[in-house]
Ligand binder design. Sequence first.
Ligand code: NCD
Length: 318
Amino acid sequence: MIQVSSPPAPAASETSAWQQRHLLDVDSLDRSAATRCLDLAVQMRDLRERGERLNALSGHVVGLAFAEPSTRTRVSFEIAASSLGADVVELPIAASSVSKGESLTDTIRTLERTGIGTIVMRHGRSGAPYLAARSAGARIVNAGDGTHAHPTQALLDALTLRDALGGLEGRSIAIVGDIGHSRVARSNLHLLTTMGATVRIAGPPAWVNAFRGWEGVSVHHRLEEALDGADAVMALRVQLERNAGGGVPTLREYTRAWGLTEKRMRHARPDAPILHPGPTNEGVELTASLAACQKSLIGLQVTNGVAVRMAVLALLAP
Ligand code: NCD
């Protein structure tokens, strides 16, 4: 039976961590604010496992405005919001008046007149959620903007890694692939280094060189070098839709140089977990057997996505 209960009472020291109205990227979170979110996500996950529902957002309307395709992110935000007692509505911004010439901000302003309190937005243009946050009264949660940021993905990755490694401080995480076009990678670089990890990024020079000089980040042009002794390894999807002719000539050449295989994974620590934000192109970024092996946390990432999004929505709740 589903029970309705009050949200878990956070310790007094934790309640002041989130003063912000919006979550646009993780660069607005310091270590204690991020930790607060991850800890709350663990509580949310436990409650969900016990089949309990919360009423933290009852009477609140959460609008899902996805102007780009999404499976995991959209569905997990929907489950997260409804598990907190919110009413969830789809905001068809791609098909809405935006295509008839109304600006994004006008559309958002109009939609919030219907009583929507939080808008979860995914958009192909980097910065679109920032524009919405400047003009909207509603709270904006960035669910991925262009090549820029994907804060809830970074938070769920951090939770998954923290669980698997017992902590992030001093850990060395390798991220392999299309870093340059990846909003997931960019947000992960911010958050993992904020949490005290170091990140080795590896991929074709055109995709990684811009990140030279980031504190806590090293850039590698040989996969084995990045994997050597790594505590965990994350592969990224080649963002074909954002790769207008740059990076690698063909996917086959990408796989030959950068694809994760059992043999290559031997350079990492023997128990190093494997992550991928999905969707995966099996046989391109990693082999199908690696994606399905015991060290793969790809399924857990999806499960943790619901808990993290519940925590984010609860922490931003009015
Ligand atoms: C990522 C995204 O959309 O940015 N996927 C996701 O949110 N699960 C990564 C990707 O599309 O490659």
